[in-house]
Design a protein around this ligand. Structure first.
Ligand code: DX5
Ligand code: ZN
Length: 243
């Protein structure tokens, strides 16, 4: 089902194959349902949910947990693809709460999980896609051996903790190396692991990261802000991809 849903993501919001995945961290949380619906009305088909537990991120902030994820899933229905980015100390113990709440993909930090292969197996056993996310300073050594089993790798281009931070271009070599490894894997008949980026992506740099090999971009403050509607911000981002 999840695989089918991903395959069905329309070309409408995938200019030259790039998925645009809003992060709702800069939304007014009293209006969360309306904001997500506004994004969907603008054509969004993949929403990124940033879970922070008040402990794992450097700024010790709390966002929301499974109850809010469940409410979003119930509000938007089954068709929109939902991922949760777990910035928590105990992803290996709590992943199932997010699967139960209705996400299609759980993305856990390599830095926070001791036995990542076990987590991947658990997620796949629960019919959920498995994603791995790495901080800007984390190297690829421990990640490349996991690639054959991962549905997605997310490279953080800010230190996780809040929206609206500046993009860190120094992640370029890591992204290019992952792109090359995934392309080799696909050419050998292996899994088409998706490559995603998160942090500081806006109209001015999205074409650049696409050229590095990114196919899914998380965008928070660049989409949900006081300057313009989500539809207008999305149009600007899509225009940058077409340019
Ligand atoms: C950062 C989160 C991101 C972030 C994206 O810790 O994982 O998803 O909020 O927001 P922008 O696009 O504003 O950097
Ligand atoms: Zn995120």
């Amino acid at each position: 089902m999840q695989v089918l849903r991903t395959a069905l993501l329309s070309e409408r919001v995938r200019v030259r194959g790039m998925h645009i995945c809003p992060s709702i961290l800069t939304a007014d949380f009293c209006r969360l349902g309306e904001v997500v619906e506004e994004a969907i009305d603008a054509g969004i088909e993949w929403v990124h949910l940033d879970v922070m537990d008040g402990n794992w991120v450097v700024n010790k902030t709390i966002t929301f947990g499974p109850a809010v994820v469940r409410s979003i899933r119930e509000r938007i229905g089954p068709e929109v693809f939902l991922d949760c980015h777990l910035m928590v100390t105990n992803a290996a113990q709590t992943w199932d709460q997010y699967v139960d709440a209705g996400v299609d993909l759980v993305i856990a930090h390599i830095e926070a999980v001791d036995d990542f292969p076990a987590l991947i197996a658990n997620l796949h056993g629960a019919d959920c896609e498995a994603g791995l996310v790495m901080n800007p300073a984390t190297g690829l050594e421990d990640i490349l051996p996991l690639l054959p089993d991962l549905d997605l790798v997310l490279v953080m281009s800010v230190v996780p903790g809040k929206g609206g931070q500046s993009f860190m271009p120094e992640v370029e070599p890591k992204i290019r190396a992952l792109r090359a490894a995934i392309d080799v894997q696909i050419a050998a008949g292996g899994r088409a692991t998706k490559l995603m980026i998160d942090g500081g992506i806006k109209a001015h740099n999205i074409a650049q990261v696409q050229e590095w090999g990114i196919e899914a971009s998380v965008i928070g403050s660049g989409l949900i802000n006081d300057n313009a509607s989500i539809a207008d911000n999305l149009a600007e981002i899509q225009a940058a991809l077409r340019a």
